[in-house]
Design a protein around this ligand. Structure first.
Ligand code: ATR
Length: 279
């Protein structure tokens, strides 16, 4: 049953431009209902030039905090009072918490979300073997931070624009950059392959990647979640590799934010997946 909004209701939301495609209201709304919390989570359409004003309004309006989505995640680093170390390393803030003294703390929960989803969907995955990452955008940075913190020592990155992959080298001494046209060979001996590009998303071309060199037991993780089964995941499944789709990361990244806003670490369940996919 949907809980009513009252004078006591704790409020949080998501700022984006546009924000109407965000799944966060459905995600947090489901958990609020599930746990019977006196809370509300609202979409906040905030134009890029108004993000500083909007963030400063959060404590004034009594908000518990807000999630940030495109295009606010990078700029917010310089707009909050404190940046948590993971957000600094990931180069993006996706969660802003209003502290009890009214100051703003910027966090990044994407790295947590990526690892939690991987561990839930591929419980046998181990950090010992090399990881190959396709792409070097914002999502790639968060994935690399997560993998370093999980203890991975060899990370190979290949990106169409090589310079962007080279810029990630500051994150880890064991990071190796490979040319885009060598991406097929970059799969040799890997225990995990992650696509962090937008290739394979609805409306985009598929990721052109020959899986021949990939070990049969390597986990294949695509962070694209629309469609849920990308061409990459379908090819991996056909050859017997364990696969992890992108919806898990989306759902798990919401957990630390929900906990900070509403005080409960919520569960990611099959029913939640169906709910978020169907709305
Ligand atoms: P995000 O923050 O979601 O990671 P992004 O920063 O725009 O988004 O990064 C998109 C990623 O997809 C990049 O790695 C990008 O490669 P470039 O750095 O060369 O742009 C990759 N990508 C997007 N379209 C691509 C295409 N047609 N071929 C190869 N890579 C592509």
């Amino acid at each position: 049953m949907k809980s009513a909004i009252r004078g006591t209701t704790r409020i949080a939301g998501v700022m984006g431009w546009p924000v109407k495609h965000s799944r966060s209201p459905q995600l947090h709304g489901y958990w609020l209902d599930q746990y019977g919390i006196d809370g509300a989570y609202v979409p906040l359409p905030v134009e890029p030039e108004k993000i500083a004003t909007a963030l400063r309004a959060l404590p004034a309006l009594g908000f518990a905090g807000a999630n940030l989505t495109v295009p606010h995640k990078t700029l917010a680093l310089s707009l909050v009072d404190r940046v948590a170390p993971v957000a600094r390393r990931a180069g993006a803030v996706n969660t802003v918490i209003v502290a009890s003294d009214g100051t703003l703390e910027g966090r990044n929960t994407d790295a947590f979300g990526f690892l939690a989803a991987l561990q839930q969907s591929a419980p046998d995955w181990k950090a010992e073997r090399p990881v190959t990452i396709i792409g070097a955008g914002g999502a790639s940075r968060a994935v690399i931070v997560a993998l370093i913190d999980a203890g991975v020592s060899e990370i190979r990155v290949t990106n169409r624009t090589r310079a962007r992959a080279e810029a990630l080298a500051e994150l880890a001494p064991g990071l190796r950059v490979l040319d885009w046209d060598k991406r097929h060979a970059a799969l040799e001996g890997a225990g995990l392959l992650v696509n962090t590009t937008t290739l394979g998303m609805g409306g985009q071309p598929p990721l052109d990647l020959d899986l021949k060199a990939l070990p049969a037991d390597a986990v294949v993780n695509d962070i694209v979640y629309s469609p849920l089964e990308t061409t990459l995941l379908a090819a991996a499944r056909t050859r017997g590799n364990p696969v992890v789709d992108g919806l898990g990361m989306l759902l798990h990244q919401g957990r630390p934010a929900f906990h900070a806003f509403f005080g409960i670490d919520p569960a990611v369940t099959p029913a939640l997946r169906t709910h978020v996919l169907g709305t």
